[in-house]
Design a protein around this ligand. Structure first.
Ligand SMILES: Nc1ncnc2c1ncn2[C@@H]1O[C@H](COP(=O)(O)OP(=O)(O)OP(=O)(O)O)[C@@H](O)[C@H]1O
Ligand SMILES: [Mg+2]
Length: 146
């Protein structure tokens, strides 16, 4: 079951980052976040805000497409930034690493989670991104009850 938490209509990357910062207030560690939405819809931008709020320099956060995931040390929590875009078919080893990282108390943000129904199912937060025009982004944050 999904419960809507908040929706942001963003007119700049900074506003999209703010949405990530806002969600970070709720995180205690151990959460998986599924980021869903088309190319360029603001997922990485949102993760930069999340990172800043967790005490990671957001400039360190770049698209992890070529490495599948990056791990950042925050002030209190580790942040895993995963991007499944380049994965042709789901890699079960990688799924296990995602579940284990969350089990060990990390915050795990997964771009292109569409590629892994299991990751979506085990996510505490589902974040849906839309890009209705060049500068406008809609970010919908929902909480998932198991
Ligand atoms: N309101 C906005 N919020 C976020 N990004 C915006 C906004 N307006 C324009 N942009 C631009 O859109 C692009 C969004 O990129 P971002 O990398 O966050 O998307 P993404 O969903 O991670 O894409 P990908 O699917 O390729 O990983 C950036 O170049 C950013 O500057
Ligand atoms: Mg991205």
């Amino acid at each position: 079951m999904l419960t809507p938490l908040f929706t942001v209509v963003s007119h700049s990357p900074a506003e999209t980052e703010k949405a990530g910062e806002h969600l970070a207030d709720k995180l205690r560690g151990g959460e998986i976040l599924s980021l869903l939405g088309e190319l360029g819809s603001g997922k990485t931008t949102f993760v930069k805000g999340l990172a800043r709020a967790l005490g990671v320099n957001p400039r360190e956060v770049v698209s992890p497409s070529f490495v599948i995931y990056s791990v950042y040390k925050g002030a209190h929590l580790e942040l895993y930034h995963v991007d499944l875009y380049r994965l042709e078919k789901m890699d079960h080893q990688l799924e296990l690493e995602v579940f284990e990282a969350a089990h060990n108390g990390a915050v795990v943000a997964v771009e292109w989670a569409e590629r892994s129904p299991d990751i979506i199912n085990l996510s505490k937060y589902i974040i849906k991104f839309e890009a209705p025009s060049e500068d406008k982004r809609i970010v919908k944050v929902e909480e998932q009850q198991p």
